[in-house]
Design a protein around this ligand. Sequence first.
Ligand code: TYM
Length: 332
Amino acid sequence: MRIFSGIQPTGRKHLGNYIGAIRQYVDGQDRGEAIYCIVDLHATTVPYDHAGLRASVLDTTAMLLASGLDPARCILFRQGDVAEHTELTWLLSAVTAHGDLNRMHQFKDKSARQRELVSAGLFLYPVLQAADVLAYRAEEVPVGADQRQHIELMRDIAMRFNERFGETLVVPEHRIPEIGARIMDLQEPERKMSTTGSSEQGTLYVLDEPRAVVKKLKSAVTDSGREVIRSPEKPGVSNLIEVMAVIRGTDSARIEQEFDGAGYGAFKQAVADAIVEFLAPVRARYAELREDEGALEAVLGEGAERARAIARETLADVRERMGVGPPRRVSG
Ligand code: TYM
C-alpha cells in the first residue's frame, strides 16, 4: 500500500492539522510505504512572506519529525525539490475541466478573501495537488474532511487520463478519520479551525505554551447549558468532546459518560490538561530538532532523491502516453 499526503509549510500547525492529518501520517508508516511532502509551491498561490518561506518549510519539517515521522520509515521531502510535480501539473491540466476547478470550495473561499490578485496558481492549486499524489501512484491519501473535494477531483483527473490515454495512473482513495476529521474553531465552533481566517483565541497551536492552552480552553465558546453531550445545538461542547475522545483513544459516548454531571468548567479544565499532556512531547522534541537546520535540510534532500526516483518513472509513462517529447528510450 502506497500512502501519500501533503501539508502546507507553516510552523503554526494547529490542533486540527495534528488530529485530522499528522496523527494519520504517523500511523501510515506502519501501514505501508509512506510519502509526505511539504508543499512550498502551493504556498505561493496566495500572498505570502517569500523571505520566510524556507524557514517555514524547516519549521514544518521539524514539526513532522517531532510528531513521529521517521525518515527511515517514510519519505519526507519538499515539493519544490522535485520538478516532476510542476511538469505533471501542466500535463494533467489537459484532462482537468475548467468548470470543475471553478466549483472548488477552497478556490471560492480563498479567492473571495484576496484583496489584490486572484492568481492563476490559486485556480490551478487542485491540479498541482492531483499531480502530487498521482506522480507516486499512491493508493491512499490521509487528510482531514476539508480536502474531500480535492481528492474527488484528483480521482476524476486520474480516471479521465486513463480513459483517454490508456491505463497509466492509480486512482487514489482518501483516508479521512472517523473522529477528528474536522476540528472546529474554539471561538466560532460553526467554522473549522484554520490557520487563515480564524482568530488567535479560537486556534489552538501545537506549539502553544500550556498556559495559553488553558486560557484558550477556558474561553472556548460553549452554550448556556451545562450538560456534556453532543448535539447540533451544542457545536462548541461537541467539538471538545471529539477532541477529548481522540486524545483518549476512545469514542465520544465514553467521554459523555465520564463527564456526566461534571459541568462545563470541570470538563474544559480536563480537556485543557489532556491537550497539554498530549502535545508536551511534540513541543519538547520540536525545540531540539528545529535548532539543527543542517540536519533538517539533509532529511529533505535525501527524501527528495527518493521521491524523484519514483516520480520520474510516472512522468516518463505520462509523457510517452501523451506523445510529449521524444519517444521513450527502451533500456537494455
Ligand atoms: P493544509 O496544510 O491546509 O492542512 C494539512 C492537513 O490538515 C487537515 N486539516 C484539518 N483536519 C481536521 N480539522 C481541521 N480543522 C483541519 N484543518 C486542516 C487538512 O485536511 C490536511 O489534511 N491542500 C492541502 C495540502 C496538499 C495535499 C496534497 C494534501 C497539497 N498536496 C496532496 C493531500 C495530498 C492543504 O492545504 O493542507
